[in-house]
Design a protein around this ligand. Structure first.
Ligand code: FAD
Length: 333
């Protein structure tokens, strides 16, 4: 166990060769953990023609970047990426290894945890260090979001976690930061790979819009029925916002599944979040509480949503929202 040292972040790169936002967020979170432990922070950068991104990893908080630039790593495949990461992890032995809880990050982390026979905490929303025991404290909602569970990996290394996008904060990039770039020559051969990427079919649902939206109008069961929920669409259209909803709204069929916000839906961090007719259940709040400004409209003054709201309006959505729409339409004229 003593041989393992340092904090690592898996740097995910998209098809256009840009570093994914969650990896930059993890460099911010990883920096804090590494500083607590007084060890270096490293990024693991894999792909084809990606070595040019290594400096960005350093500017975003890393001390070291391990780069494997190889044509076999052109597009994500479990087998190829797993092989490369395991070779690096076995050689350099990090004590903590973080991945974005993205489809590829989750896939890779679970495959690596299995191969290295170590523990993995999935979908983490908080990270800290128990300094005395030098243990990673990875916390995530459990039992339907009613409690936060802190999970430790006491007997195996590296301690691994996938972390939800948009819950950690990236550092302001600093191009005066210096670091080490270590390029690894690994033996990876296309003929050894059992899978090939033949085509990429993009998911062009509204989900992407929701995650990147600056303004979201979200509605809950308080709107009454699908007809009542039209007010949410109308307000969103008036102010150029995206629409989202609670799980109950999705289950009622008022909105498609990809527009659900919360623990089992999307995590969003817009500049402005309207929560209209939403009670503020913890499972919803974990997905929107990091919004910059939260405006809640609810007829119950005791509703939990007011605990996280920046501004609260107590009243009937059917009276208040039409007035807002009218006002906003007046402004836009
Ligand atoms: P309600 O709880 O019914 O609240 C309606 C609110 O509207 C009330 O506060 C009421 O006062 C108010 N209201 C009523 N009429 C009006 C009116 N005319 N004007 C203004 N306000 C009015 N939920 C999610 O949202 N996202 C998730 O990802 C999610 N994941 C879950 C995972 C698990 C494992 C579990 C167990 C639950 C999950 N839930 C999730 C469900 C969650 O617990 C709540 O049930 C849900 O968020 C409640 O939705 P709501 O606020 O729309 O409805």
């Amino acid at each position: 166990m003593e041989e393992y040292s340092g904090v690592w972040v898996f740097i995910e790169v998209d098809e256009e060769k840009n570093i994914e936002g969650v990896s930059l967020e993890l460099l911010g979170a990883g920096r804090a953990l590494a500083d607590k432990l007084n060890v270096p922070l490293a990024g693991v950068l894999l792909g084809d023609n990606i070595r040019g991104l290594a400096n960005q990893v350093i500017y975003s908080g890393a001390d070291t970047v391990y780069v494997v630039d190889h044509p076999v790593l052109n597009l994500y495949r479990t087998e190829a990426f797993m092989k490369a990461v395991i070779l690096l992890a076995e050689k350099y032995k990090p004590e903590i290894f973080l991945y974005g809880a993205t489809p590829n990050g989750k896939d890779l982390a679970s495959a690596i945890a299995t191969d290295l026979s170590t523990g993995l905490t999935a979908d983490t929303t908080m990270l800290d260090i128990d300094l005395e025991k030098r243990l990673l404290e990875a916390s995530r909602p459990a039992f339907g979001g009613n409690i936060m569970a802190t999970i430790l990996c006491k007997k195996h290394r590296p301690q691994m976690a996938t972390v939800r996008p948009k819950v950690m904060k990236a550092l302001q990039p600093d191009d005066s930061r210096l670091g080490k770039i270590i390029e690894e020559e690994l033996e990876l051969r296309e003929e050894d790979m059992r899978t090939k990427v033949l085509e990429i079919v993009k998911d062009v649902t509204k989900k992407a819009n929701l995650a990147d939206a600056h303004v979201i109008v979200a509605g809950g069961k308080g709107l009454g029925d699908q007809q009542g929920f039209q007010l949410i669409h109308e307000l969103a259209e008036t102010i150029g916002a995206s629409v989202g909803g609670t799980r109950d709204v999705i289950e009622a069929g008022w909105l498609p599944h990809e527009l659900q916000i919360g623990q089992t839906g999307e995590t969003v961090t817009p500049k402005i979040y309207f929560a209209i007719g939403i009670s503020g259940a913890i499972q919803h709040v974990v997905g929107m509480k990091n919004s910059e400004i939260i405006i809640a409209i609810n007829k119950n003054p005791e509703a939990a949503i007011f605990d996280v709201a920046t501004y609260g309006i107590v009243g009937d959505a059917h009276e208040i929202v039409p007035k807002l729409i009218q006002q906003f339409k007046g402004i836009s004229k």
